[in-house]
Design a protein around this ligand. Sequence first.
Ligand code: ZN
Ligand code: ZN
Length: 358
Amino acid sequence: MDKDYYSILGVSRNATKEEIKRAYRELAKKYHPDLHPENRKEYEEKFKEISEAYEVLMDDEKRRIYDQYGAEGVKFGPQGFDWSNFTHFDDLQDLFNQFFKDMGFGSFFREERDRNIYITMDLDLKDAYFGGEKNVVYERETTCPECKGTGAKDGKTKKCPTCNGTGQVRNVRNMGFMQYVTVQPCPTCNGKGYIIEEKCPRCKGKGRIIIKENIEVKVPKGVENGTRLRVRGKGTGNDGDLIILVRIREDSRFRREGDDLYTEVSIPFTKAALGTEIPLEHISGERLNVKISPGTQPGEMIKIRGKGMPRLNSHGYGDLFVRINVTIPKNLTQRQRELLMQLDNEPERKGFFHNRFM
Ligand SMILES: [Zn+2]
Ligand SMILES: [Zn+2]
């Protein structure tokens, strides 16, 4: 039974060294035993097999012998190929360094994200105007105070005999010149360094409990819809954060646009013509007097400086815009009708019921 090094690497019999190298690197990525912890042995064998083929086909002399006499002709020692025969570790080093970097970074990222807790906070526009402390209640997992997170009754633990209290076991694997030292959490104590003889009754040995957290969160004046507030250390465990997404409910009277506020008031057409002052309750609760000048047109916008929302990232306030709706009576009493007709018949063409085209 002869090994077909070419088909092991999936290359043709006249493949160039470049092609062989590319094929080998591809397979090395696929067969790396660290990626297949569930059947590591099998992949270690596969990895060894492609490495043997690579060793032979990259060496002109060995390849010539192999082409002529088959695998029997290539002598690697009494036990056949082993890692001490492999001379191309340099071709793998960069590949695997990158591997570990990718894997390490990936898991780090996952953890960071999982430890934050995301909640939403619904506020009225008035709350956003004033800001201040808001009460937030939510659930989070935290260290069990009873056992200080050890999971042991009364906090009594015993040093783990497997890792001697370090929580880690070193695993050294040799692949020829390459030595992989991996430090893994101790399987006996799950990386804690101690073992529990009697479980903590409060957390049932988990070391963590779910608590109802009740905190005051400082909401900045002028907070905007979609603002994220971060409370450090209030996520899962003691290192995650609480992230609060602020949502601002629509107000029935005021509409916000950036730092400005918009509202509407309705006045009778006579007041629009004569001018007046109307009371307006501001979002803050303050009573404003809006001055309507004589001859105000329907839809006209009155700007009141500094009566908008507080600016979130700077000092001062936006402006308030009041849109004037002019109401025209639908049903007139006899008297009103007479007065209006009288007004309409005024010879003075400068009257406000006429324009120059009438
Ligand atoms: Zn241990
Ligand atoms: Zn506990």
